[in-house]
Design a binder for this molecule. Structure first.
Ligand code: MG
Length: 371
């Protein structure tokens, strides 16, 4: 066991933590071919990853940062398909521990790196970040004009859910993005009516109006609207309303799909601060800090030894944990036990996840737990 593994984050339950929400291999082998009626089978789950090959290869082919992107994209597709095939061929033996969302995402990132890519979605992320920062002042102004606290927290929740639609890791929302159906205003109108798949919105609002935390730690998801219009305004209000004395935003250390990275966020901080006076003050005073999470995946295992030293240090003072996005909040951490108050928020963008949660595609999860 590495020293980092022994150093478990203080807010996760040592025995109760598992970063796997959904069993990809059903308990009954008999049910494997058809699932157990309404739940997805192993084949259904694997299809998500097999089907992602073509889209990732098409994006990789356009990568202007590498030489011969077309040839490299083909190498990626072959590498990843072979890895998935190998797992499927021996799925009941040594492959079983790898048949989960975390390792299948990891293998896809590794295949891209092995093929010679570093950040296939870089240009899309950059464009979306710049466009979203332009909208940040109007979102902050709108929040500042809300008259009641309950309405404010309710709006923030809705904004976070709507902004989470910018996800190129899901075939459904990637198609929406490329077909230009995408704008933050439209996404807010598209939210399904409540109650949502998991809907602790009222409990969350009550708590935000009556409690003060020492520190909130927010694991953010996607670039563009997601972080700029959903998560940063949320971090701003936690400070503005004195709900948290300080807020730490943890972003991926390494690129993965369209997730915002630590270095991208740091690079954009001057523009973010220019867009909003309050965010600027919080950054200057150090009450709002950006740190690298250590992760390079669209999901997160908080018990992994890849978790950064910065997260480990900041975790000591954290008494409110926020996990955002389908990968981090639903597919890996939905059932995790935490030893501090926690908010898991995201949108359901895979039909397999929807069927496990007995909800519709594009439904929202707002799981708020107090200890
Ligand atoms: Mg993402």
């Amino acid at each position: 066991m590495s020293p980092k593994e022994m150093n478990v984050l203080p807010f996760i339950s040592k025995d109760g933590y598992s970063p796997h929400t959904f069993e990809y291999i059903p308990l009954s082998l008999l049910s494997e071919s058809e699932g157990d009626g309404c739940k997805p089978s192993l084949q259904d789950w694997m299809k998500i990853f097999y089907n992602s090959i073509e889209y990732f290869a098409s994006m990789a082919k356009e990568d202007g940062q590498v030489e011969n992107p077309s040839a490299k994209a083909k190498i990626f597709a072959t590498l990843y398909r072979d890895k998935l095939d190998t797992l499927m061929q021996k799925r009941y033996e040594d492959a079983k521990p790898h048949l989960n969302c975390l390792t299948l995402c990891k293998m896809r990132e590794e295949s891209l790196i092995e093929a010679g890519f570093t950040d296939v979605f870089a240009s899309i992320k950059q464009r979306e970040n710049i466009e979203s920062i332009k909208l940040l002042p109007s979102i902050c102004k709108e929040l500042d004009q809300i008259e009641t606290k309950r309405k404010l927290w309710d709006t923030l929740i809705r904004n976070m859910c709507a902004a989470n639609i910018f996800d190129l890791g899901s075939a459904h929302t990637a198609r929406m993005y490329h077909e230009n159906e995408f704008c933050f205003e439209a996404c807010r109108k598209m939210l399904l009516p409540r109650p949502w798949a998991i809907d602790n919105v009222e409990t969350f609002c009550d708590r935000m109006m009556s409690h003060t935390y020492n520190q909130a730690m927010i694991f953010v998801d996607n670039s563009g609207a997601d972080v700029m219009l959903g998560m940063l305004p949320f971090a701003r209000e936690l400070l503005n309303q004195n709900v948290a004395k300080s807020v730490v935003v943890a972003a991926n250390s390494y690129p993965s799909i369209n997730d915002i990275t630590y270095s991208e966020l740091i690079h954009l901080l001057p523009q973010i601060c220019e867009a909003d006076q309050k965010l600027s003050e919080y950054v200057k005073s150090g009450t709002l800090r950006i740190i690298p999470s250590g992760s390079g995946l669209p999901v997160i295992d908080l018990s992994s030894d890849s978790i950064s030293d910065e997260v480990r240090q900041e975790a000591e003072n954290t008494d409110f944990l926020v996990l955002e996005g389908m990968g981090r909040s639903i597919e890996t951490n939905l059932n995790a036990e935490f030893l501090v108050d926690s908010l898991r928020i995201g949108m359901v963008k895979h039909k397999e996840v929807a069927s496990c949660l007995n909800c519709n595609l594009m439904d929202c999860v707002v799981k708020f737990c107090t200890i």
